[in-house]
Design a protein. Structure first.
Length: 385
């Protein structure tokens, strides 16, 4: 009986040990499964850091023969890591250029989310107006316009004066604060005018503004990464390549900043294109109706004097133009006339000698046409002597 009791007690102890061993094995298996899952998550979360550490190790191994053959690969890996890190850090704030939950120069209200419908965004609107005015007196209207620009806090960006036979006026490009855009248009309409036409339009640049902010944030992160890699680089080839990439990134940053400043300026100040003119015929008729009888007589006398003066000027100009021609003609005509006068004198001397019967230098009377016998058609003869 005692043996059977001892045997039963040993069997119970053996079963207890087996169940305890099975339970311990199950607990150990569960712990190992949990540790493997945690290790996988940790390895995935630190993959970028491991790759960066590997690249840094390759860059620092300056005395290793393999490191000397891989400068381009290490710098390319650095640039890739910089771009990846920039994208990872900028993605949560892609809709917020300042990283503070608000637009630059504006604010965003509502829950955080990817473009939630409940967000209230400070819109960026660029306003532009076009106005055409026909005024009675252009000079007076221009003076009032400049006063209005000064009082509104704006400035004149461009001006061009125009004058034709039909009208006189000018075109103005005016910049006024966006908050006073409507008030400025109302002030223009109060200037005395004969005709008035106006139109206004707005351009929403909010989306472009947000996109520029996100791009600026991403490129600034890339710039910081490249500067860090440049500080750690020890090879000349790596430094040159990183410096070139850094220059390209900084150029993009300046271009983005310039575009943002341009949008800010156009949002803060609206543009108004104004054409103001006065019809010349209307002004001349109004002035003619106001002039008296004496003024009209004076105008007629002045017009006649101007006509006479113009005629005298024409004669003087003609004489000045004909003087060279007259000189050339005189050079030729004076000798010809002198030769002609000499021949006439000789002919007159012969005629006088014949009339007086005075012999010539040879002792004979000079022959003249009168000494020649002339036969008339009827057979008669006639001698002039």
């Amino acid at each position: 009986m005692e043996r059977e009791k001892k045997r039963g007690a040993g069997t119970r102890r053996t079963r207890t040990k087996r169940w305890a061993g099975l339970l311990a094995a199950a607990v150990l298996a569960g712990m190992l499964a949990g540790c493997s899952t945690a290790n996988r998550n940790a390895s995935n979360g630190s993959a970028a850091d491991s790759a960066a550490a590997a690249d840094a190790g390759n860059a620092d191994a300056g005395s290793d023969d393999k490191a000397t053959s891989e400068p381009a690969n290490s710098s390319a890996t650095a640039d890739t890591m910089a771009s990846t890190s920039a994208a990872a850090e900028a993605s949560p704030e892609s809709a917020d250029p300042s990283g503070s939950g608000a637009l630059p120069g504006g604010s965003v209200d509502g829950t955080a989310g990817n473009g939630a419908a409940g967000e209230s965004i400070d819109r960026k609107i660029v306003y532009r107006g076009n106005v055409t005015m026909e005024v009675k007196a252009y000079d007076a209207a221009q003076t009032k316009l400049r006063d209005l620009i000064h009082l509104s806090g704006g400035y004149l960006l461009k001006f061009a004066d125009q004058k034709t036979s039909a009208e006189r006026g000018g075109t103005f490009t005016i910049k006024v604060p966006a908050t006073g855009f409507d008030g400025f248009l109302a002030g223009l309409e109060k200037i005395e005018h004969l005709g008035y036409q106006s139109s206004a339009q707005g351009t929403d640049v909010t989306q472009e503004y947000v996109d520029l902010g996100a791009r600026l944030k991403a490129r600034q992160v890339v710039e910081a990464r490249l500067l860090d890699f440049m500080a750690k680089a020890t090879k000349t080839a790596d430094l040159l390549q990183i410096s070139q990439q850094l220059g390209d990134v900084q150029t993009e940053i300046e271009q983005i900043k310039g575009r943002i400043r341009y949008l800010d300026a156009n949002v803060a100040y609206s543009t108004i294109d104004l054409r103001m003119y006065e019809t010349v015929e209307a002004g001349a008729a109004a002035n003619a109706g106001k002039r008296g009888f004496g003024e009209r007589i004076a105008d007629a006398a002045e017009s006649s004097a101007k006509a006479l003066f113009a005629a005298a000027q024409g004669v003087v100009v003609f004489a000045a133009g004909a003087l060279p021609v007259a000189a050339a003609i005189a050079v030729i005509a004076i000798p010809c006339y002198a030769f002609y006068r000499s021949g006439r004198r000789k002919a007159a001397g012969r005629a006088a000698a014949l009339a007086n019967g005075t012999p010539g230098p040879t002792g004979k009377l000079p022959e003249t046409p009168e000494d020649v016998e002339v036969t008339k058609p009827d057979g008669g003869e006639d001698r002039s002597s």
